[in-house]
Design a protein around this ligand. Structure first.
Ligand SMILES: Cc1cc2nc3c(=O)[nH]c(=O)nc-3n(C[C@H](O)[C@H](O)[C@H](O)COP(=O)(O)OP(=O)(O)OC[C@H]3O[C@@H](n4cnc5c(N)ncnc54)[C@H](O)[C@@H]3O)c2cc1C
Ligand SMILES: NC(=O)c1ccc[n+]([C@@H]2O[C@H](COP(=O)([O-])OP(=O)(O)OC[C@H]3O[C@@H](n4cnc5c(N)ncnc54)[C@H](O)[C@@H]3O)[C@@H](O)[C@H]2O)c1
Length: 478
């Protein structure tokens, strides 16, 4: 059994930990899948590389109202797919070679699936058919999360490897496989009302695929601010078929695709589509890693329990990213990796993660971005708040675009003027709200942010300036 100073399980954000400060340590990296993890290989990066061509394809749809009569002639799906994965696969291979090669002499890479068998002892089923066992003084659990497949008759629930049908089960895809389809389908059924469903519905719809999105809730993206979610649902329903408050009771293969039995607002119906995408959430990988065998606890959601220093209940075992985080977001995993890196190097002066103001964006059309609490949360929790909704159409850049229906909602503490939340739906929302994220982090008041700097005219950022100016002047309570 080999012993290491440090074992890192998972090469998403975990791969950013080894650096010059750890050259004196022997390090094992264990990776069961693609090097670089979810974001690089099957998550943020490839999806957004599809989103940009989707936006270009959409230009014809948007241009008409402004006098540009263009049309989309063809979408070269194999060309787009191969360009994207030609770039990504090369980075994946390069990342693995770098860690395995002479530039990282203190690092041993194990290609295989790890699971704890006892205290600080990891068993690895190697991809070459062998096994290995390693012990270490310190571990970093950075094994991410996996796709959840719901328990629906006809679906092989719990399947990791989608895209293939087991005997008696229907063929389906998840975000792990959908981007590598051989050809663009004529139609797609997408199950789920969250981030992944929304982003793929946008991409496939922009590429001319007939999209049907099935959600069990009353609105899409229902974790967003209620007004944002309502506006998004309205626009999505105008672009493609959205079936709300609908359950899937069965799925079966047909000669040319799949057939779904639906129970919804209009009773039962059968939906046929060439391809089915399941996008119903992701579960942390702590149980797969059998972390309890090393004394590490999981919470009720299956997340590894960590303290503010990202340390588990076992001294020397840290966790970061999707395996332990309430936020399944890359910027959070990266932030936590920096915290773990510091705390491994400086165990006597640890730093804490900062989860006060975690922003997120949905890269759809329209784009959505948010940070801080929602208005509904403020009301429910009895948090005093002032609200301003600023329409894109009422600032110069939005007016020029003839924008309609899109807005930024800001919430501030009426006593201090400090921001509590911001929720945007509209052009470049993810970029537009960044000054508000900054203001919240640095404790700047809405009034100061709006009035004590220049705002480029006529840029979309004037949306932020005007939203903040629209908040009431703080009335300190005594
Ligand atoms: C389709 C999609 C789009 C996304 N888009 C965005 C976005 O736009 N913005 C954003 O912020 N976030 C996005 N996310 C979320 C983001 O990808 C994740 O939050 C982030 O990648 C998590 O990083 P991580 O390091 O925790 O885990 P991962 O990157 O998942 O890394 C974990 C690694 O551990 C390996 N592993 C798992 N189990 C074992 C084991 N037992 N033994 C050995 N290795 C193991 C896995 O193979 C994997 O490589 C998206 C996710 C998906 C699925
Ligand atoms: N732009 C981004 O930052 C981005 C993009 C994609 C994914 N992500 C991350 O990845 C995570 C996973 O994405 P996701 O879209 O799979 O999850 P999600 O939690 O965003 O949405 C899951 C959806 O599936 C529905 N659902 C759950 N179980 C169901 C069932 N049994 N039957 C029918 N519907 C069911 C839920 O109601 C919800 O609408 C997200 O939480 C997000 O953090 C982020």
């Amino acid at each position: 059994m080999a012993h290491f100073d440090l074992v890192i399980i998972g090469t998403g954000s975990g791969n950013s930990i080894p650096g010059p400060e750890f050259e004196h340590l022997t390090i094992a990296i264990v990776e069961d899948g693609l090097f670089g993890g979810t974001c690089l290989n099957v998550g943020c990066i490839p999806t957004k590389m599809f989103v940009h061509p989707a936006e270009l394809a959409d230009a014809a749809r948007h241009g008409k109202a402004l006098g540009i009569d263009a049309q989309l002639n063809a979408v070269d799906w194999p060309g787009i797919r191969d360009r994207i994965f030609g770039r990504i696969d090369a980075i994946e291979a390069g990342g693995r070679q770098y860690r395995e090669g002479p530039e990282c002499p203190n690092i041993t890479v194990f290609a295989g699936r790890g699971r704890f068998i006892e205290h600080k002892t990891l068993h690895i089923d190697l991809h070459d058919g062998g096994t290995s066992q390693v012990t270490a003084d310190r571990f970093v659990l950075a094994a991410g999360s996996h796709v959840v497949v719901p328990n629906i008759p006809g679906l092989a629930a719990g399947t990791d490897a989608a895209g293939t049908a087991e005997a008696g089960t229907a063929t389906f895809h998840t975000s792990d496989t959908i981007m590598r389809l051989d050809k663009l389908p004529a139609s797609i059924a997408i199950l789920g009302g969250g981030y992944i469903a929304a982003e793929f519905a946008h991409v496939f719809s922009s590429f001319g695929v007939q999209v049907t999105q099935i959600a069990r809730g009353k609105r899409l993206l229902k974790s967003q601010d209620a007004d944002v979610s309502a506006q998004y649902t309205k626009e999505a329903a105008a672009r493609y078929t959205v079936l709300l408050e609908t359950q899937v009771s069965g799925v079966a293969n047909t000669a040319d695709g799949v057939e779904l039995q639906l129970n919804g607002q209009d009773g039962t119906q059968t939906l046929r589509a060439e391809v089915l995408l399941i996008a119903t959430g992701r579960k942390p990988n702590g149980a797969n890693l059998a972390v309890e065998a090393t004394g590490v606890a999981l919470d009720d959601h299956g997340r590894v329990v960590v303290d503010e220093f990202q340390q588990t209940g076992v001294a020397g075992i840290y966790a970061l990213g999707d395996i332990s985080s309430h936020y399944q977001l890359k910027h959070v995993a990266n932030h936590e990796a920096k915290v773990v890196k510091h705390n491994l190097a400086h165990p006597d002066s640890p730093i804490s993660s900062d989860h006060r103001f975690v922003p997120a964006a949905v890269f759809t059309d329209p784009q959505i971005a948010s940070v801080g609490i929602t208005e509904a949360h403020a009301i429910k929790a009895g948090i005093p708040h002032a609200v301003k909704i600023q329409n894109y159409g009422d600032i110069a850049a939005g007016w020029a675009r003839e924008d309609s229906g899109h807005f930024l909602k800001v919430l501030a503490d009426p006593a201090t003027g400090l921001l509590l939340g911001a929720h945007a739906i509209g052009p470049e929302a993810a970029t537009v709200i960044q000054p508000l994220i900054q203001a919240m982090h640095f404790g700047q008041t809405a009034h100061d942010v709006a009035t004590k700097q220049y705002w480029i005219h006529p840029a979309l950022s004037e949306l932020v300036e005007n939203a903040l100016l629209g908040l009431p002047t703080p009335q300190p309570t005594h």
